[in-house]
Design a protein around this ligand. Structure first.
Ligand SMILES: *Cc1c(COP(=O)(O)O)cnc(C)c1O
Length: 411
């Protein structure tokens, strides 16, 4: 090693750095064409204005999450023209909507590019006739079979999830819990939440409680406070996590009042769910910053989705821009075989190619763990491109991020 270093001349050192830059020129060339919501702000403003005019809304109403919730779009005929949907496709969309409900906050609707029928935001929010494809299963993870008490799913030894509501700011077209979204919005009763809290209290190995839904931040501030204060009375609960897509679909929900409640019960973590750089807008950024400023570490759980983010450059742009708004990419989930979502499915090779394209080429902080969920509840299972090429009694052989091989002793 020492000798090899000594041999490096100025010339070879310059070559080396030029070569490093070469390994990312493909990304540098295309990154400005993959727009974040911040970079596309002017177009989004035009859409916002059209939607506000349609609803007769004031700026104050727009910035109020309760107004956003009360004005979610649930009838395609009320917004088709705003996002360039042809009158001929209306009947198809209505037919899908009868099987799988939809609702889109005015804010999230404003992120859809009306001139792009393949817009990744549109694909996540607007029903597609492809949802009627019968492939898949309504509960492939068998959540129902891993439920010790109502609204709890437990498949790991020291942590569990509590599903507190079936409500969301926007119903994702690829939702893994479509079966629970049903036809109406309903929060779980305090009686049921209490039952879940009792379960945690009685099982002292549970040190990590994850509150999810639906969307955990659809609960009222007072309900969130009640839940947090009850959990904090339990000594063995070390950390509390919220799963919420509101920073993405309803950033107005992250109010000063909410963060002031959350920060009283630290350590509190929030995992959110950005899937596309287009979702990183000024509002989303401010929502994440309010949470981060309250001392809440933020993670992102992306779902790998055909036509949304199954592209290494898109994921690199997304993850780098998440770090800029203080969100750490945590997981990339391989899509589950949920019925009605088959048009989003991708092959494992695509996920591995994305992982391969991140490692080494960008900050390790921007490299999440790629997860396949074992069907029937076998749990989160990580997968990686293979870097360990040989593991023997004497040595181990690897390849590095660029494909160069090396070995180390393993005696
Ligand atoms: C995803 C999940 C968790 C949390 O998993 P981590 O890997 O700790 O983030 C816990 N319980 C259930 C049932 C889950 O599905």
């Amino acid at each position: 090693m020492g000798n090899a270093t000594a041999k490096i001349t100025h010339q070879t050192r310059d070559d080396r750095f030029a070569h490093l830059k070469d390994t990312i020129t493909d990304y540098i060339k295309c990154k400005d064409r993959i727009l974040t919501g911040l970079e596309d702000e002017e177009r989004i403003k035009v859409q916002k204005k059209k939607i506000m005019d349609r609803l007769g809304a004031t700026e104050d109403q727009w910035n109020d999450y309760k107004w956003q919730m009360a004005n979610r779009f649930t009838d395609i005929r009320d917004f088709a023209d705003l996002i360039g949907i042809s009158p001929e496709s209306l009947a198809d969309i209505e037919r899908v909507g009868k099987t799988y409900r939809y609702a889109i906050s005015p804010y999230y609707l404003s992120l859809i590019d009306p001139d792009d029928l393949n817009c990744p935001v549109r694909r996540q929010a607007v029903p597609s006739p492809d949802e009627l494809n019968p492939a898949g299963d309504l509960d492939p993870m068998d959540e129902a079979g891993w439920t010790p008490v109502n609204s709890v799913t437990r498949r790991y030894p020291d942590r569990l999830i509590i599903k507190v509501t079936n409500v969301c700011g926007m119903y994702c077209r690829f939702c893994q819990r479509r079966r629970l979204i049903g036809e109406t919005d309903s929060n779980v009763s305090w009686y049921q939440i209490k039952e879940a809290i009792e379960y945690v209290r009685e099982n002292e190995e549970i040190r990590d409680v994850l509150i999810t839904g639906g969307d955990a931040f659809m609960l009222s501030d007072s309900m969130i406070e009640r839940l947090l204060s009850s959990l904090r009375e339990i000594d063995h609960v070390e950390i509390i996590r919220f799963g919420t897509r509101t920073p993405v679909t309803l950033p107005q929900r992250i109010t000063e009042n909410l963060v002031n409640i959350l920060k009283k019960y630290h350590p509190v973590y929030v995992n959110t769910h950005f899937n596309s750089p287009r979702e990183i807008t000024k509002e989303a950024k401010e929502a994440c910053e309010r949470l981060a400023n309250a001392g809440i570490p933020l993670g992102n759980q992306m779902v790998l989705l055909n036509g949304v983010n199954n592209d290494p450059h898109v994921v690199r742009k997304l993850n780098q821009n998440l770090l800029k708004i203080r969100v750490k990419p945590y997981y990339i989930f391989h899509p589950k075989t949920v019925k009605g979502t088959s048009h989003f499915w991708v092959r494992i090779e695509e996920g591995l190619e994305i992982m391969e394209s991140l490692r080494g080429r960008t900050s390790g902080m921007a490299v999440p763990t790629y997860i396949v969920n074992g069907p029937g509840g076998l749990g989160k299972t990580p997968i990686l491109p293979n870097y360990l090429m040989y593991l023997g009694a004497e040595k181990a052989v690897f390849r590095n991020w660029e494909g160069k091989t090396f070995e180390i002793d393993n005696k």
